[in-house]
Design a protein around this ligand. Sequence first.
Ligand code: SER
Length: 879
Amino acid sequence: MKYMTTAQIREAYLHYFEEKGCKRLPSSSLVPDDPSLLLTSAGMVQFKPYFLQLKHLEEPYIGTTTVQKCVRTNDIDIIGTDGRHLSFFEMLGNFSFGAYFKKEMCAWALDFSVNVLELPFEKLYFTVFEDDDETIGIWEGLGVDPSHITRLGEDDNFWRAGPTGPCGPCSEVYYDQGPEVGCGRPDCAPGCDCDRFLEYWNLVFTQYDGQEDGSFKPLPKKNIDTGMGLERIAAIMQGVQSNFDTDVLHGLIEVAQRVTGKRYGENEKDDRALRVMADHARSVTFMISDGILPGNEGREYVLRRLLRRAVMKGSLLGAEGAFMGQFVDNIVEVMGDVYPQIVENRELINRVVLSEEERFGATLRQGRAYLEDALASLEGDELSGAQAFTLHDTYGFPLEVTEEICAEAGISVNREEFDEYMERQRTRARAATQNDAEAAWSTYDGSMSALLEEVGATQFTGYDENETEARVLALVSGGKRVEAMEAGMQGGVVLDRTPFYAEMGGQVGDTGELVSEACLVKVSDTLQPEGGLTMHHVEVEEGRIAVGQKVAARIDVMRRERIRRNHSATHILHKALREVLGDHVKQAGSYVAPDRLRFDFTHFQACTREELDEVERIANEKIMQNLPVSTYECSLDEARAAGVTALFGEKYGEVVRVVDVQGFSQELCGGTHVRSTAEIGLVKISSQSSVGASLRRIEAVTSFDAIAYLNRIEGELRETAAELKVPLFDVSERTAGNLAELKRIQHQFNRAKQAAMEGDIMDAAESGRYVAKAGYPVFILKAKDLRAEGLRHSWDVLRAQVQGDCAVVLASENEGKPLLLAAGTEQAVAAGFHAGEIIRAIAPHIKGGGGGKPTMAQAGGKDAQGIDAALEHAREILL
Ligand code: SER
């Protein structure tokens, strides 16, 4: 059979479908532009709006073709146990949005398999959805023997990306690896659990839009969505049984061998761990490259879990120190030409991985010790959810990692109880962050995507206008669609066009009003509950607003002005940070409000004052140069070629909007900006902090808020100067002088206090001086208000006074707490004195405990009333 490298297969596939008329498009980000999905798990994800006919492909293309990076973790437990399952994989796909359908697709699938890949026709098998006679007819018409076609049910042959959205029946293509690979049963066929028939291509006939109530609504057109697992087909083309033996993945197995010192193929248990490391390393690399950072929620948690699972596997096999970077290097080398972003982000990926490894490494040992203790003292065969939660919360052990370690000892984990703890923690976090607008929307009982489909996307006019004539298309109040809202009612308004910017990309939503002869409506926030659908959060002040009505939609212009200044300042600070700190600085989040801005970015240590000063200086220089700020649209490729900064975690359609601060910063952004930088007036960084592993945050203010901030600082300074009675700019010098003076006085005071204390001790000494049985002098007395340190000092004073053998038993009551100290010279000890024993004997009188060496021992207690009895007891022992 023909041998093909992974790169050759990838190119042959894309080329084949390009020739058929499909447009070749890049892989989309692993962070999907789709709130219903955590991660991009299939090639079709970026095309959902096309299946729904919300977006259209330009002429003359009949479809699209891609190689899509995908992450799936639903069967994470299986990964490593065989050679087929991967958390990260590449999916080759072609997609039709109403142009070609089953007949063409089946013919091309067969043609590509037999004539391009040159797979033997007789080794190909096919499955179809149970009642899909049409597809059976098509395969048979193409010459497929009926014995090579199996009907399968919904579990296997009905495909959906998530609970809702485009879906449909599918037909799969299998390669027969031969009876020797399989279970040997006579009825073995595609769909059997064994390895004989390997599915490599899924052809989905995307005909339905799955609704939230579980029903299927036919899509306007019949579509095609296909996915070919690149690693699986590579294994077939390279004559190997496992994905991990292909040209792309075997290098990662080699890295895993190198860092653990184990040999692949010697021991199945070790092999599993090596495969997990090789697989997870790819997910980790690509996820970070697409802007995901390790965290405790959502996709960030998926990343943390994969990364920690790989690190844990490695360390259980004996790998030492940080080793994940070695995987990253290999991946960048082998896959960087197809995915240039991982090359661009190489340093960032390495640093994030390293810092997470270091963080985890520090707790790994403690966590393992905790778990070992927990297992050792376990009654029964179940670890409690509370313990698993402690491991998660305190030691950063993902639940699955705890489960795996437990499973090796034959112990299960109480998942239900663990989930309860997690839920409680999440509820607390949610309660802390949810704002009113969100709360109002979370009550809506309908589907936002259905609403979007019904009324269409809202046209945004706010780049050019502050006021727009618009028509009311839908109203939602009290969680239901309504026809009208009266004065006093709250809810959401959908318009056909609007100048209100909906919260997005960190920029807060606009506020303002909707006005007509019939109503006055206040808009307190603007959101997009579904991509393209703008929802105005309102309260009706006067009159009545109704569906169909025309209104003037007016934003609060002054507020928007302030937001625009802050948004442009955010871009300028981003660029200035990169200039000062380096290119590893990437935006990880931002918040642009009227009164302040916040910018989170990747950086690995705190910024120095000098660095921040320099960032601020550059930013203000750009502001003062009054650079024009313009926006233009272009393709993502053109933007990349022009070196435009693509922000972290954002996902872009094909046409992107670039915000260009002339000659300084170019960023993809949909937000609203100033026309030239001087409008910003001034920027001041007001704080910096750490907000997670490798993440820094700066906050800043601009224009009038920057002046207000500076005025406040000046006000504080003036007040201090007045208090100090010095000119404004002498404050720091005078303060330093005053502090030095204060220190000197404190020192003097301490010395005086000590002298007084020594005097007190000496005064008291005479009355407490005895002669021990053994003949040396011993002081047994009570001092005033001394702490342990003062008691020890008293011992020094007394022994200096005696200048020979002696011993003491001292007591003190300090802030109600009794203290005891016994001490003796070496000679006293030689004569039988034992401080430790004395303290042990007398400490119970003060309800305390303690002990120590023969020469020195002390004790604290709870009952100061017992001091006299304790000293009396000491006298009995010694005299
Ligand atoms: N969406 C289908 C799958 O992921 C085909 O691309 O299998």
